[in-house]
Design a protein around this ligand. Structure first.
Ligand code: ZN
Length: 339
């Protein structure tokens, strides 16, 4: 990526691949990384790096837009010499308020936070973080009625983490995940799913941040289930309920949505259709790509550019936003839709 940027290739390719602009995806923004095994490090960037990205985009003449403005520009085919960037953050971490928000304020950059109310009320847990904690703190792990792992060394712990991730994601059903995890945590004496122990914004904090016109709150389902593994009725319900709950607490029903996990394994055409039927204006995935005029008729499976905490280098972000990496990540396709 560094070569692509410094050779001028990515800047040149931007006209062909960069399209109308990009939607950036972030999760955590905090000065320190709290991933005990380093396995979820990609989900966390520092406020300093966020600052650098915004400064560099501003210097390039990027127009920062809200998701409403993004949808408007794409739908109406607004052509502009200036590319847009919409910044989004998934899951509603409280560091978004404490560390990211001051940076957005400083440069007057609009941003969208996708919130899953289940995390706030303890009906859902950021289970990948709990699994990491569990593996970090124990030397042997057993899933009730399932496989077991030794985890004394760092290597064993990493293997156990990835094994557990697969087991929770694909062997257990979405509804089984939480009870099984709770049982394992009780066994190990670790807190699980206590709302106060999760690093997410409370309703009060969300009221505070969403009072700023720079902030948009989007839906992210209630329980953060993999929607592909639910019935169509449950999918619609998860989408509708999350919007209703957010609307009740914040006084404004969200019109933008992010699919939990958002990969091809978690969100496809069916889910995009349901998001459209549920009257969301847009829905974003975690597929890698920039936004093009072709998305005009398909605002419900939009790709994003994930800023990876493992590689906090400006040049990587710039190269990805030029669109040059889109075909590489998507079997040659320049425009990524949700199928
Ligand atoms: Zn999420």
């Amino acid at each position: 990526m560094r070569l692509a940027w410094h050779s001028g290739f990515a800047q040149g390719a931007r006209n062909r691949f960069g399209g109308l602009g990009s939607i950036i995806m972030l999760h955590r923004v905090r000065p320190d990384c709290i991933s005990p095994l380093g396995v979820t490090r990609s989900l966390s960037i520092t406020p300093k790096f966020l600052d650098e990205i915004l400064v560099s985009l501003k210097a390039e003449g990027t127009e920062f837009v809200s998701m409403d403005q993004m949808a408007d520009r794409v739908q109406n085919g607004v052509r502009s010499d200036r590319r847009f960037v919409a910044v989004t953050l998934d899951d509603g971490y409280n560091d978004n308020l404490n560390h990211a928000y001051p940076v957005f304020q400083k440069y007057h950059v609009p941003f969208t936070v996708y919130v899953a109310p289940g995390f706030i009320e303890g009906a859902a847990v950021l289970w990948w973080e709990v699994v990491e904690k569990l593996v970090a703190q124990t030397t042997h792990i057993k899933v009730p009625g399932g496989p077991e792992w030794r985890c004394s060394t760092v290597l064993q712990k990493r293997a156990a983490f990835h094994g557990l991730m697969r087991y929770f994601s694909y062997t257990l059903t979405e509804l089984e995940q939480l009870p099984v995890l709770r049982e394992m945590c009780t066994e190990a004496g670790i807190l699980c799913g206590v709302a106060a122990d999760q690093d997410v914004m409370t309703w009060k904090e969300l009221q505070q941040i969403s009072a700023d016109p720079l902030c948009t709150i989007g839906g992210h389902t209630v329980h953060h289930y993999n929607l592909k593994r639910l019935t169509p009725r449950m999918v619609a319900q998860e989408m509708r309920q999350s919007a209703d709950m957010i609307g009740d607490h914040l006084g404004k029903r969200p019109v933008h949505f992010a699919f939990p996990y958002g990969s091809a394994k978690a969100a496809g055409r069916r889910e995009a259709e349901i998001a459209k039927d549920e009257r969301f204006v847009s829905a974003v995935t975690t597929r890698h790509g920039t936004i093009h005029v072709e998305h005009r008729t398909n605002l419900h499976a939009l790709p994003r550019i994930s800023i990876n905490g493992r590689f906090q280098k400006l040049v990587y972000a710039q190269t990805m936003m030029s669109g040059v990496t889109t075909p590489i990540a998507n079997a040659g396709r320049r425009v990524v839709q949700g199928d």
